[in-house]
Design a binder for this molecule. Structure first.
Ligand SMILES: Cc1cc2nc3c(=O)[nH]c(=O)nc-3n(C[C@H](O)[C@H](O)[C@H](O)COP(=O)(O)OP(=O)(O)OC[C@H]3O[C@@H](n4cnc5c(N)ncnc54)[C@H](O)[C@@H]3O)c2cc1C
Length: 376
């Protein structure tokens, strides 16, 4: 326990793990591929749930700081039909258990909570190998090599640590998002801003949807979702903004202009995000000295839970390590078994959303889903 635990990946999972370990006096080093905290935009808003993500932030002693990041009104939800008419609206009265924050701000809060030097930037894992006695050697593309008694893969979908435990690789789910941003929308794109409302908007039909969020500074962040094979997207040149936007918008021909403008008026190049997933029941036999958390362990099609599970895994693993100082393997086993159960259940629940989207009347299905969630 006196030598640092090696955590690969400074995403929400890895950073929460490092933070909660730190609170228990256990040293760790987080090795991150990116050059710095600012080297990549961190994506959009996340709703952090009172039954998992917020519990982890409480364990991390960061609940008060988290509450300061919450964007008011963003839990509002509206469902529109393709012609722009309102089918359902659920305003944010401030009492919901899923407040929204910007992912980048949440990550920065976790980074700021760690002792200086905990995160080693510009450390992209090139390979990992077992030294046979529970220890592992990690080599980085910058030429460095480290040896550790406990290696945790928190390195996301394409984890380099996962092969030590499992040969399973994520598979394409058949759906992709195309991501766009409209900045300063209240002034520059007022019709689209009204359509999105104060929080989140979804306009689904069978096999496709336009979903958008109002982020900080009146930014509208849109995911156009299409159930198309990867080779369909391969024919689109996403570097050519005008052509790519027009091709994606063509899939929404006849839809209200304030909805298609979320794609065609983008201030950024449309970004293709193919959605991959591991099987719901992904699990492995224990291998001494190594484990996985977050997407590395249980990548699923986005279902509003992935970031929450990553936070929760990080906190749970740290507590398991801290409470099993004399038998680390028992702690890791206990942690993994609980993680397998909760991630399989969440993935199966989350997939219902995509089953709805694939069905004939996804708007009614989504409305029922939100109403059920409100009453449960
Ligand atoms: C389009 C989209 C929308 C989503 N929306 C939501 C949402 O609204 N709510 C929600 O809860 N979840 C959402 N998710 C899921 C969520 O983003 C993930 O589940 C969550 O980020 C997983 O956290 P993580 O820490 O496990 O991995 P990540 O956030 O992926 O972090 C992994 C880290 O590891 C680093 N890394 C990767 N490879 C290496 C390497 N070889 N060497 C060193 N470092 C490496 C990466 O740079 C990164 O910093 C969404 C996902 C997608 C794709």
């Amino acid at each position: 326990m006196n030598t640092p635990i090696a955590i690969i990946g400074a995403g929400l999972g890895g950073l929460t793990l490092a933070r909660v370990l730190h609170l228990h006096g256990i040293p760790s080093i987080v090795y991150e591929a990116e050059q710095s905290a600012a080297s990549r935009a961190q994506g959009g808003m996340l709703d952090i749930h009172d039954y998992n993500g917020q519990l982890a932030l409480q364990d991390a002693g960061l609940l008060t700081q988290f509450q300061e990041l919450i964007l008011e009104g963003r839990q509002a939800m509206r469902i529109l039909s393709p012609d722009g008419s309102l089918l359902f609206e659920n305003p944010d009265d401030g009492s919901g258990g899923r407040p929204e924050v910007q992912r980048g701000e949440l990550r920065q809060m976790l980074l700021d909570s760690l002792p200086a030097g905990t995160v080693q930037w510009d450390h992209k894992v090139a390979g990992v190998r077992s030294l046979g006695d529970g220890r592992h050697e990690v080599s980085f593309t910058n030429g460095r090599t480290v040896t550790t008694h406990l290696l945790i893969g928190a390195d996301g979908a394409w984890s380099k640590v996962r092969p030590l435990l499992s040969a399973v690789m994520p598979q394409y789910t058949g759906m992709s998002y195309v991501e766009t941003y409209l900045f300063d929308a209240a002034v520059r794109h007022p019709a689209s801003a009204v359509a999105v409302g104060t929080g989140q908007m979804g306009a689904p039909v069978q096999g496709k949807a336009i979903m958008a969020h109002r982020e900080r500074h009146e930014t509208l962040h849109t995911y156009a979702m299409l159930a198309r094979p990867l080779d369909w997207f391969a024919d689109i040149d996403f570097a050519d903004q005008a052509k790519a936007s027009a091709r994606i918008a063509q899939e929404f021909n006849g839809w209200a202009p304030e909805l298609t403008a979320l794609i065609t008026d983008s201030d950024t190049i449309p970004l293709l995000r193919p959605l991959h997933a591991l099987p719901h029941e992904h699990r492995w036999q224990r291998v001494p000295g190594v484990s996985l958390i977050g997407d590395a362990a249980h990548l699923s099609i986005p279902n509003g839970e992935g970031a929450n599970l990553a936070l929760y895994d990080g906190a749970e693993l740290a507590k398991a390590i801290a409470s099993h100082a004399d038998d680390l393997e028992a702690g890791l086993h206990q942690f993994e078994q609980a993680m397998f159960e909760r991630s399989a259940k969440v993935a199966a629940d989350g997939e219902k959303f995509y089953e709805l989207l694939a069905g004939k009347d996804p708007a009614s299905g989504m409305i029922n889903m939100f109403q059920d969630a409100e009453t449960s």
